[in-house]
Design a protein around this ligand. Sequence first.
Ligand SMILES: *Cc1c(COP(=O)(O)O)cnc(C)c1O
Length: 427
Amino acid sequence: MKSSSRGLFEEAKKYMPGGVNSPVRAFGAVDATPLFISEARGAKIYDVEGREYIDYLLSWGPMILGHSHPAVIEAINQAARRGTSYGAPTELEIEMARLLVDAFPSLEMVRMVNSGTEAVMSAIRLARGYTGREKIIKFEGCYHGHADSLLVKAGSGVATLGIPDSPGVPRRLAELTITLPFNDTGAVRSAVEQYGDDLACIIVEAVAGNMGVVPPMPGFLETLREITSQHDTLLIFDEVITGFRLTYGGFQNLAGIKPDLTCLGKIIGGGLPVGAFGGKKDIMEKLAPSGPVYQAGTLSGNPVAISAGIATLKILRKGATGYDETNRRTSLLCEGMKELFTKGDIPVCINRIGSMFTVFFTPHPVFDFSSALRSDTKRFGSFFREMLANQIYMAPSQFETSFVSFAHTDEDIEKTLAVCKRALYRI
Ligand SMILES: *Cc1c(COP(=O)(O)O)cnc(C)c1O
């Protein structure tokens, strides 16, 4: 019998909670059955039924070069032939660290880990250990992975499920996390007045991507830099999505702001499980074994994963025109959609930066989590299902980011717009 996504999903639910290993994959927010994927190449992804889709999810961000890029696959193969893990240092780790330090003016040293969650969790511990303080500030709708301190008003996955704080997170730990509205400098000023002396850090997504795309307003990140410096509080940029997504380096390169610590993930692993955090030397040297703040990992700096990351970064480093072209195509897509929605009399707010975008089904501007929540999620669901039925795979929630890769072509964009045009009359 031929496999079907529906059949596999029923089978998967017998063995895994909700049938998936990460909640957002279950398509719950869009009232659909997840596609089971068999392979992916370039801008295309294929389900087990053999259908081809133009992929704007791109594994939630990592696959900026498109899927199965030959140079990345070759690097993985070559590394694997030399053994898959040694639990000992390799030259590859120096090469990776050097690439990251050279790409980010604020990085002097880095530590490699296995996921974005681990990067952020460790950076927070380091900030607390370095400052000797316990409280942290984060912003509503920003997601920083699922570590206990950070699962408070944490955007997409959680917002979609309608769980403000997860059971299992100790209240006394959550109380150390202060959440403020994104883009609200006034709220930051008063919170820092109130808690300044006990604030270890402020952590922020440089561009919010986990409530849908919400760029920082001019002056917001600058204000965070200024206030944290005044109070000896560390500023942490979570660039797990934006690292190497908008330019070679992070959003901080474009904004000209140097955070104290930066968290990375997604793209730097080239599609394998990798994260990293880094910053100034005097802070990073507080980490074990050079300092007392403990952090470790059996597979950290894994040679196969790091090889995929290095191969990806080396292509991106030469790829200024790749970024320009991809951003131009994303703009073409978003401008085209805006025109179609306007003609179809469907109010939307399309937020885009570089090759990241979200179509919010609301007539109002979206600049923080509350304004994102005013979107018509039912209508988003119908839009998503219409697109998917016509082989366009977008991020499966109103509060997520869709991405364009270097592998997408003008033809892919035109096809997507043609499908969008027909979808409008059905939603
Ligand atoms: C994806 C993401 C994370 C978590 O990374 P994982 O690899 O999923 O653990 C953290 N921060 C941001 C901004 C992310 O988008």
